[in-house]
Design a protein around this ligand. Sequence first.
Ligand code: SF4
Length: 441
Amino acid sequence: MKYHLVTLGCQMNISDSGRVKSYIEKLGYESTDNPHEADLLGVIACSVRQKAIDKVYNLIAVWNRQKAERRNFVTFLTGCILPDDREKFLKSFDMVFDMRDLTNFSKMLSEKIHEGTYYPKLSREDQAYQMDYFWKLEGRQPDKFEAFVPIQNGCDKFCTYCAVPYTRGREVSRSSQEILEEVKCLVDAGFKSITLLGQNVNSYGLDKKGKEITFAQLLELVGEYGDKSNKEFRVYFTSPHPRDMTVDVLEAIAKYKCLGKWIHIPIQSGDTEMLKRMNRKYDIERYRSVIHSIRTILPTATIFTDIIVGFTGETEEEFMNTRRAMKEFKYNMAFIAMYSPRPGAKSSEWVDDVPKDEKSRRYAVLSNDLKEVASQYTAQMVGKEYRLLVNGHDRLNGYLSGLTEGKIAVRFKSDNELLIGNFVNVRIIKSSDFSAEGELV
Ligand code: SF4
């Protein structure tokens, strides 16, 4: 028996798919890249993005045509599925279920039960029970030296533009011992870059107060293991929430070599009124103090962020405050998105009143601001030495590329493929806006 699995979505969906694969294989299925020979065809998707929903509909239309014409197979859909989409998808897929319902997958398969438990009805304790089972499954990694380790699932923040709390449920933290064990196994297996994943990593443990350690203590555990292991690897995390970013988290990063000096801290908007409408639960002063702590405690850290332009009601002045924030905080990278309403999110009930052309203009203006600040950092890299984790071939023939500890991409001349997945030292000889070129030292 064979299965074919398609994964659409973010790092979390990719990480989840590794566990789904190991579960299906335990049932006796073998993976195939060819959907035509599969007995089980599945999609792990994020239905909060219209693009992903369109892809899911295209896929299932093709599969159902084949089913009608040729042969029998079973189709399923899981991942971050909004309640409304779930009903619609049930008309096309044989099974639609929440990821945490994977425990019941073999039962659903044999009894042809078409729907798993509708998880928003579950208590946090029930969710925690199901996630514990899910996290105990073997986590397959999508890469040979870069790995993702889930530390938490769900979100309690309810930002108005986001549907995650409705698709993944409330925050549930994974056992710290289990996380540490998985990190150790990955390091033993030769992984060099490990990212701790969660929707709100720095509120780790708060759902199990008194029974589980805090995020800072978790980083300490990992850092201490790193020091003792005598192996070179880097540990990152994404995404933290500015409200929960505490000094002890930054101090832990500063203390241990294996904890990457790279912070991805979403700002979303530089305007306090806009942050209120987004229900981000911090104001610009709080965010400023977080950046100040990062710069003080981790002076070499690079800082990445996420920004939305053209959110409902965004005035020119509010947008200008985001431009000011970009210039003040001097990000190394910002993932800028033009606002589009997410079905299921609170803001989808509001008028999307910033015209598309204006969103595009703000996107272009802010992207230029980003280039300006990011290039100041890459320019000062010239002449200095950096340690890179080589991650593959560069687009330029005869060059390899890698990432600094702060995740700045650097290419260097070499055709030695054995360097891929290893650390090398380079001296930077020139820079561009977001990346640099170096030579091996
Ligand atoms: S954007 Fe807000 S609601 Fe969505 S996952 Fe992040 S913190 Fe949670």
